[in-house]
Design a protein around this ligand. Structure first.
Ligand SMILES: CC(C)(COP(=O)(O)OP(=O)(O)OC[C@H]1O[C@@H](n2cnc3c(N)ncnc32)[C@H](O)[C@@H]1OP(=O)(O)O)[C@@H](O)C(=O)NCCC(=O)NCCS
Length: 156
């Protein structure tokens, strides 16, 4: 397994797999091509002999100088539970530390129990939020109206 930073040509490769990797939920609108031009240092692609095995899109917050944010991360179903997601997050944590970022944030939908379990294993806590859905604290209207999100935070 190799992990590298992406180039613009990788954008469509990722857009094409998101719906399948997310079990039919089409989150590909979150795969903005601008990441592949201007945020390459905080984005990572995992490949197995050239086959796309995983990706992480993140950035260093412009507003909060001690924070990094993970926009989207996914692993090919055939390569799950062998540490690819952990390795991608580790790369992002390293670049955060190198840039004096001591807090990493991310979020997910309350329906994504897999993501909630993964982030718990990765040492994230869940922010208190303003409501509880399925026994999980959520925050309403965080990224879009009417869509509660589970907000994750991890200190490095
Ligand atoms: C969530 C996801 C990225 C995890 O990737 P992965 O490569 O399978 O994860 P890893 O093998 O690195 O596992 C890291 C930790 O998460 C835990 N984990 C992974 N899959 C899990 C599952 N299905 N249930 C419970 N825990 C799980 C592992 O136990 C591991 O913890 P450990 O090292 O303490 O044992 C992957 O399942 C995925 O792409 N899911 C669909 C997209 C998605 O929901 N992304 C969420 C981030 S936006």
């Amino acid at each position: 397994m190799q992990i590298r930073q992406p180039v613009p040509e990788d954008h469509q490769r990722i857009v094409k797999v998101v719906k399948e990797w997310w079990g039919g939920r089409d989150l590909s609108s979150g795969v903005l091509k601008i990441f592949f031009y201007h945020f390459r240092e905080t984005c990572f692609i995992a490949e197995d002999n050239g086959k796309l095995a995983g990706f992480l899109l993140g950035f260093l917050s412009q507003t909060y100088s001690d924070e990094g944010y993970i926009q989207l991360a996914g692993v090919h179903p055939e390569f799950r539970e062998i540490g690819v997601g952990r390795s991608l997050y580790a790369e992002f944590f390293d670049v955060c530390r190198a840039n004096s970022r001591s807090i990493v944030r991310s979020c997910t939908s309350p329906v994504n129990t897999l993501s909630i379990a993964f982030h718990a294993s990765m040492g994230f806590s869940i922010e208190d939020g303003d409501d509880i859905v399925a026994e999980i604290p959520v925050t309403h209207n965080y990224l879009s109206e009417g869509q509660p999100k589970v907000l994750f935070m991890r200190k490095l």
